[in-house]
Design a protein around this ligand. Sequence first.
Ligand code: ADP
Length: 271
Amino acid sequence: GSEVSLTDFRNIRLHQVCFGYPKMDTYVLEDINLEIEAGKSYLIVGLNGSGKTTLIKVLSGLYEPSRGKILVDGVDIRAFSKNSYRGNFAVVFQDFIHYPMSVEDNIKFGKYEHKEHTARMYRAAEQSGAAKFIHKLPDAYQTQLQNEWSDGTEISVGQWQKLAITRAFFADAPITIMDEPTASLDPVAENEFYMGIEELIRSRTCIMISHRFTTAKLVDQIIVIDNHRIRECGSFEELMCSNGKFKELFTLQAEKYNLGDVVNEAKLSTH
Ligand code: ADP
């Protein structure tokens, strides 16, 4: 296949995509129709096991659809080489740290050692707020490892999260995907994390997966996966107005995490 760079794509469309893992007789994704538009931000929500991670793996070309097709500006991605398509996605997982490398090396992981990379890495660290601790020595990680990331170590959980953000800025791919970047954080720290990536969310095509809804109001579109299908898709206001699954899940969660203000605000904005 030919090379493809998505630096100026308009949209990626999933057209009636189904996906099943080998040796399983049911699909994990069924009849997915979805459009990802350049420059917009998306949040994929849904219960555990509903198919969120599988969806981003199919979208980013890691798995091929069992049925249906994926089109970039109308061109089937099977026309492109797999690696060149995948290279357009920066996927940031929550547990990306490869200790005992230094902070710097963790961010640059997988990239060539190059002056230009180092300069870009510092810029990314400035943006994310990680610049202050970028020079921490590898032995800090050893300590961290022994203490199982407990309090009192040199690098806090919040700082590790900032590294995740730095890495996303640094990767600078046309599409940034974050799969549960805050799974280990409490709601307060999680909120801080998302405040840190507001710029990233607003400035590029960004897809996030979360089983929490902290970012729901930041993104352009929320995609609700339920029972392997897209159940709802729309902006926060649209989904709160439509009284469907999103509103049900959001309200439950708001009560659980005591996000009363958020819900009241949402209620007001729907009237
Ligand atoms: P989510 O991200 O919403 O938690 P996943 O996409 O990880 O959901 O998983 C969807 C379903 O696919 C689950 O039932 C899960 O058990 C199954 N699954 C995930 N990965 C594999 C795999 N490698 N092989 C077989 N089944 C899998």
